[in-house]
Design a binder for this molecule. Structure first.
Ligand code: NAP
Length: 481
């Protein structure tokens, strides 16, 4: 079991204590961020640990490391010195803040030093040796890396391989690309991991404590835990973790499924080998880009050139596409007598749209595909044997009993965008927007307000996720979830 540390960022100690009470049971350690406390509250730092029933970490992060402390260094150190009069289990000190006297003070009171090394983009080659040196002095070295690419993510997530001889260490990544390090801390052999009470919009690497504890069950993750995930960019909004993780829990499988922000599929395939990732989902914009890395693929993937599911088979990667079946399954209740000859407009000609057109045509629907880039609409039409048009002309075209919105337009954070703003719904159309974040796009809202039957992408997501679960685990998805 890996301890989960709740980082407290309230302005007052009272606020922090209230949070600890509210979230009790979800964490094992608490870090008090003195840099976020109001001036008058900082004087009471020494009394704080005695008010907790979990071990406490004292830290006061400087502005240059992304913290809120703007005092000069002597003032900051004397604040920590005062705080250390309390019974803190740990004191967090930066790697350039050596021999301050605080180390001695801490040792005398049984407070361990966490030694934080900050770096950006690249792990300095000398870092493992510097960490070992601090570990040999009884400290816990902690790496905080600012990262923005898959290659940098790969560097952080494979760093533990270079930390032989260091029993306790902490690994943190800042930015969305750093988020897997927090969830996978137990897999990476880290001493503990951090979370916050709530997440601010600008911190995509952090997760709220309940999400870490209940959705990702990070406290149970260790080196044996099987890892699954989803790659995409953006991907932090994905609802797939909420499908797979509860499924693993119910079938009693020691596994976790998490988002991996990615900008380079090749780097991710390399990382997958290193971390023994067993399988992953693929979303925008990589459904086609993963194809060159697959050793085997289904006929469906070969036909639509789009893969949303990658599974490890021994040493080989096998690709499949559950979007098609998932999508058709979600339409079954609307068209119980089938889709044969149903006149259908599909907006978009990307990976998801291609899979949908393939599925609809195979069920006999009369499909016209509309896309912004007309060459792609034409290619799609030639490939699957349907009609095509420009997205710009969609509003002038005939009555469609079924409209499928399969572009990325309207997806978070561009909620107010509309792929066909000039199209006026008659109210007779059945409309699916395969986007599910936000739950209702502007396009879908207009359809509903005009009286159309509407459905967002959640049913499709769930149906394709259920199929993926079977491929990942070899077991059926629990029916009650
Ligand atoms: P993709 O392969 O990158 O294709 C994107 C499509 O959106 C292309 O047709 C593109 O047109 C169009 N597009 C992008 N920006 C546009 C703009 N500003 N104006 C007009 N058209 C624009 O992506 P994908 O994998 O097909 O995914 C598309 C959407 O479906 C995403 O929102 C994704 O989250 C959602 N999705 C949902 C599910 C589900 O289970 N519910 C499954 C898969 C995908 P061009 O060709 O002109 O660039």
């Amino acid at each position: 079991m890996i301890p989960l540390c709740l980082s407290l960022q309230g302005k007052t100690l009272g606020e922090n204590i209230a949070l600890l009470k509210e979230l009790k049971g979800h964490f094992d350690l608490a870090e008090i961020r003195a840099d976020y406390l109001q001036e008058d509250q900082r004087e009471e730092l020494a009394s704080f640990p005695a008010r907790l029933d979990v071990p406490a970490i004292l830290s006061c992060r400087r502005a240059r490391e992304g913290g809120g402390c703007t005092s000069d260094e002597p003032t900051r150190l004397s604040l920590l010195e005062e705080g250390l009069k309390g019974s803190y289990a740990y004191l967090d000190l930066e790697s350039d803040c050596l021999d301050t006297g605080l180390e001695e003070q801490g040792r005398a009171k049984g407070t361990r030093i966490i030694r934080s090394f900050y770096c950006r983009g690249k792990i300095p080659p000398e870092l493992p040796a510097l960490m070992k040196d601090r570990a040999d002095r009884g400290e816990i070295p902690r790496v905080v890396m600012g990262l923005e690419t898959s290659r940098e993510q790969e560097e952080l997530l494979t760093l533990s391989r270079r930390l032989e001889g260091i029993d306790e260490y902490l690994l943190l990544g800042e930015g969305a690309f750093g988020s897997p390090a927090r969830i996978l801390a137990g897999k990476l052999g880290a001493a503990f991991t951090y979370c916050t009470a709530a997440v601010t919009a600008d911190r995509e690497d952090e997760f709220p404590v309940e999400v870490m504890d209940e959705l990702y069950r990070v406290r149970e993750i260790d080196r044996e835990t099987a890892v699954f995930g989803i790659i995409g960019n953006p991907v932090m909004h994905s609802k797939s973790p909420a499908i797979h993780n509860p499924g693993f829990s119910v079938i009693g499988m020691k596994a976790v499924y998490l988002p991996f922000p990615t900008d380079d599929p090749e780097a991710f395939f390399r990382l997958s080998r290193e971390l023994d990732i067993r399988g992953f989902s693929v979303t925008m914009p990589f459904k086609n880009a993963v194809l060159p890395f697959l050793h085997e693929m289904t006929e469906g993937v070969a036909a639509v050139k789009s893969c949303n599911t990658v599974v490890r088979r021994g040493d080989r990667w096998w690709g499949c596409n559950t979007d098609v079946e998932g999508f058709l399954f979600s339409l079954d209740s609307w068209f119980p007598r089938g889709l044969s000859s149903v006149k259908t407009a599909v907006l978009g000609a990307g990976g998801a749209a291609g899979a949908i057109v393939y599925g609809l045509v195979s069920r006999g629907a009369d499909v016209t595909v509309y896309n912004r880039t007309t060459e792609k609409a034409l290619q799609c039409a030639e490939k699957y044997g349907c009609s095509w048009g420009s997205l710009r002309d969609f509003h002038r075209e005939g009555d469609y009993p079924l409209i499928i919105q399969a572009t990325g337009v309207g997806m978070h954070p561009h909620e107010e965008s509309d792929p066909a703003p000039d199209y006026r719904f008659s109210g007779r159309e059945a409309v699916v927007d395969i986007i599910y974040y936000p739950e209702e796009t502007r396009f879908l809202r207009r359809a509903r307000e005009a009286g159309c039957r509407t459905m967002n992408g959640l049913a499709m997501l769930k149906a394709q996720g259920v199929l993926q679960f079977r491929l990942f685990t070899g077991r059926e998805y629990p029916p009650d979830l």
